[in-house]
Structure formats: structure tokens, C-alpha cells
Ligand binder design. Structure first.
Ligand code: ATP
Ligand code: MG
Length: 427
């Protein structure tokens, strides 16, 4: 293996024998001629991966794509059916919950147990003990059996042990998502600042973590590597394949309002139906369906600053109407309205429509906001005033997007630049 590599996997395949039913399994066990009732299933197929020492790689992919299987093979917990695994360096692993700890032991005992599994002696563990307890921030619970811990406390302790034992390779499977936001930030900062020489392999659905932490990304799909490259390209690729599976026909971005016939609409995928009970307002004009796409009309669920996004609506006006306006509101995880606008301020202004069904599309540039999940509320109003108008229809929180901010740290909801500074000595 190349001396600069910490991990080398070649042609890794992991095959499971699956049975359609429990009866088939029993039949196979007792069949006099050993007839097979199972069929092989490849959780991983021909996966190759080289990881340079000190680099960090993210593994993304849908549920069941093989991420955890791959990490378990790297850690030596699972044996591949075929292929070779070479790993150089001491591994600390944070695999799925439950891995590693003895539930009847206290936190303290588990620190020593984990250390001994990692090949770290009692003396060295004693030296690191204070640091671990401080990092975990679980207070006196450190003396309680870990079976009494919440899942957040459990992962705090596991993470504190894993990162403070100064591993050469750190393997993290989704664990970051369990702690609260402050602990997640602390872990990410710790990994970025104090673990630069450690090789990191992180499987996650958290695109912001991947964009922040990883130099390279592997996208897995049905056990195969379908992309390897830079994080941003990887995230883009992943988003596309997630949708392309369901997305057949590309629509055009046609500014303005176009009357549609329902057969056309049905040919397009990814519409979210707005049910009667999720609508509010006078409802003489109603929102029937909606979706959010990129400028190329590809459905999206991940956005970054300056991406142009389009909200598509199918609306049904039950009466002819004058002064119709459309708008959107983006809310954060806890429901704060972060930004929004309506079409009064755009060149078309308020418009008149006849009775009938229309397709409405409006777009805007995504601003530089804190990376997290946002929901989208859309509305139709009647009137010429930005705030004083009749609400015809609101559709609340039916769409969601995850914002990422790979190139810039966002300090609060958004950044506001400092434009002036002086410093003078005083006596
Ligand atoms: N012991 C097993 N026996 C049979 N099939 C298994 C076994 N372990 C995993 N699989 C299958 O292998 C595939 C890959 O599973 P894996 O847990 O690696 O996916 P994952 O990418 O980690 O998914 P997630 O995002 O949900 O964590 C899945 O289809 C899973 O059902
Ligand atoms: Mg998994």
C-alpha cells in the first residue's frame, strides 16, 4: 500500500443471503438435498477506496446504500465477502448507537473499557480522563450506569472518548446528528481545529457537516460508488440522482402566469398536493399543488447562497379577480420567519386573472443565511398594499430545504458586514 495512505480498499463486495420468508429459511435448513431457498444480495459491490493519511472523506447516499456496511468493514467489525482491506493506524469508531459500551457499567467504567479496547493502558487513560469528562459535559451522570443515559448523553460520552484518545483514524457513522446543536458545533470545531492530522471518515445525511468537514466525498448508491470528488460537486450530484429517479420530464421556466390543463400537470413529477385542511384564507383562489426547483427546473432540497430557486404553484381561481399577488415566507426550524417577499414589488406587480386554473412560477436568489433546515410557506393575496390585503390562500410549511454554507461561516441568522474600524493608542 502507498505509504501516504491510511486506508486502501479494493474490490470490496459484501453479499448477504436473503430469504423471502422465515419459512424459506426453515425449509432450507431441513431440506434433505440442501436445496437453496435464498437469493444473494450485494450490500456493497466492487467498492474501491484509498484515503490519504490526515485527509477527511465524507460518505453520502440514500438509506440502505451501504454506508454503514462500508464503515464496519473499515473498522474490521464486518468481513467482506470479497476484496482486500488494508488499514494502517489506530481507529476510534463512533458507529450506530449501542456500539461499544457495556450498559451495566458506569460512564467511568466504560471510559476504561473503551480505552482498553483501543489498546490504551490504565495510566494513559487516567491522564486523559478529566479531558474526556469535561468534553462530554454529562456532569455527575458519569458515575451512573450508561443504561440510564439519554441517547444524547450516550453519544456525548462516546464522542468524548473517541476524539480524546487521539486516534489516527476516526470513523463516524451518523453519530453527529444525535447530540444537540451546541454539542454538534463543538464536535465539528474540535475535529476541524484539533484533529487535523487524524484521518476522518464520516457517513452522514447532514450536507452542511460534509461540506464543512470533508475534502472529498464518496456517493454510494445500491452498494456501488457512483461519484467521488469534491464535496460541492458530490452534494450536487447526490441531489440530482435523488430526484432523477422520480423526475421524468423537465419543465420550462416561463415567467408570468400560464393557464394549464390538468393533463400537462399530471405528466410532471414532484408536485406536492395541498390538502384542504392545510389551506387558510378566503379561498376564492386556492393553491392546489406546489414544488420548488432550481432554475433548470430540477427539483431541489439543498440550497446555498446565490442559488436561484423557483417556486411553482398550480392555483385555481374560482372567480375572476383583480390585484392578485403571490408571496413566500421562509421559516427556520423553530418557526421564525427569516425572509420573504411578495410580487407587489416585482415588475409584474398585482395582476388580474379570469376564473380558471393557472401555473404560477416565481423565483429568487437564496441569501446567505445560517445553514439549517427551512420550511417554505406560500400565499396568494388580493390587494395593492404589501401588508394590508385580503389573504386568499396560505399553504404553510409544505416544502422544506436544507441550506448549506460551505464557503463562509455564518455567525447568526445571517451576517451583517462590519464596514468601519479604527484603533488608537490611549494614555
Ligand atoms: N445483516 C444483514 N443482513 C441482510 N442485509 C443487510 C444486513 N445488514 C445490512 N443489510 C442490507 O445492506 C444494505 C446496506 O445497509 P447499510 O446499513 O450499509 O445502509 P446505509 O447506507 O448505512 O443506510 P442508512 O442511511 O439507513 O444508515 C441495506 O439494504 C440493508 O438492508
Ligand atoms: Mg447507516
Amino acid at each position: 500500500m502507498d505509504n501516504n495512505n491510511a486506508i486502501n480498499l479494493s474490490n470490496i463486495t459484501k453479499t448477504y443471503n436473503l430469504y423471502n420468508s422465515h419459512t424459506d429459511r426453515v425449509k432450507e435448513t431441513f431440506h434433505p438435498l440442501r436445496k437453496k431457498y435464498n437469493h444473494p444480495f450485494n450490500a456493497l459491490e466492487n467498492v474501491a477506496l484509498s484515503v490519504r493519511k490526515g485527509s477527511s472523506i465524507g460518505i453520502i447516499g440514500r438509506n440502505g446504500s451501504g454506508k454503514s456496511t462500508l464503515l464496519q468493514i473499515i473498522c474490521g467489525i464486518l468481513k467482506p465477502t470479497a476484496g482486500t482491506v488494508e488499514v494502517i493506524g489506530r481507529i476510534s469508531a463512533l458507529l450506530e448507537l449501542g456500539a461499544g459500551f457495556n450498559p451495566d457499567f458506569t460512564g467511568v467504567e466504560n471510559v476504561y473499557l473503551s480505552a482498553s479496547i483501543l489498546g490504551i493502558g490504565q495510566k494513559e487513560t487516567e491522564k486523559k480522563f478529566e479531558e474526556i469528562v469535561e468534553f462530554a459535559e454529562i456532569g455527575e451522570f458519569i458515575n451512573q450506569p450508561v443504561k440510564t443515559y439519554s441517547s444524547g448523553m450516550y453519544i456525548r460520552l462516546a464522542f468524548a472518548i473517541a476524539v480524546n484518545m487521539k486516534p489516527e483514524i476516526l470513523v463516524v457513522d451518523e453519530a453527529l446528528a444525535v447530540g444537540d446543536i451546541f454539542f454538534q458545533q463543538k464536535c465539528i470545531q474540535h475535529m476541524q481545529q484539533l484533529m487535523q492530522n487524524c484521518t476522518k471518515i464520516i457517513a452522514t445525511h447532514d450536507m452542511q457537516a460534509v461540506a464543512n468537514l470533508c475534502e472529498r466525498i464518496l456517493v454510494l448508491d445500491q452498494g456501488k460508488v457512483i461519484f467521488e470528488g469534491s464535496p460541492l460537486k458530490g452534494i450536487e450530484y447526490y441531489t440530482k440522482i435523488m430526484h432523477n429517479k422520480r423526475f421524468k420530464k423537465s419543465c420550462e421556466f416561463e415567467p408570468g402566469i400560464n393557464k394549464v390543463n390538468s393533463i400537462d400537470i399530471l405528466e410532471e413529477n414532484d408536485w406536492v398536493d395541498v390538502s384542504e385542511d392545510s389551506r387558510a384564507g378566503a379561498c376564492e383562489i386556492i393553491i392546489e399543488k406546489l414544488k420548488i426547483t432550481s432554475k433548470e427546473c430540477v427539483p431541489i432540497n439543498i440550497v446555498k447562497a446565490d442559488d436561484y430557486i423557483i417556486i411553482h404553484l398550480i392555483v385555481n381561481s374560482l372567480l375572476p379577480k383583480e390585484d392578485v399577488i403571490f408571496g413566500y415566507l421562509i421559516k427556520d426550524r423553530v418557526g421564525n420567519a427569516v425572509f420573504g417577499e411578495n410580487t407587489i414589488e416585482c415588475p409584474t406587480g398585482a395582476i388580474s386573472i379570469q376564473k380558471g386554473r393557472y401555473r404560477v412560477q416565481f423565483g429568487f436568489k437564496w441569501p446567505e443565511v445560517y445553514p439549517e433546515k427551512y420550511t417554505i410557506t406560500v400565499g396568494i393575496g388580493e390587494g395593492n398594499h404589501p401588508s394590508n390585503h385580503t389573504i386568499q390562500c396560505w399553504a404553510h410549511n409544505l416544502l422544506a430545504v436544507s441550506a448549506i454554507s460551505p464557503n463562509r461561516f455564518i455567525h447568526a441568522m445571517f451576517n451583517n458586514p462590519i464596514t468601519h474600524m479604527t484603533i488608537n493608542p490611549v494614555r
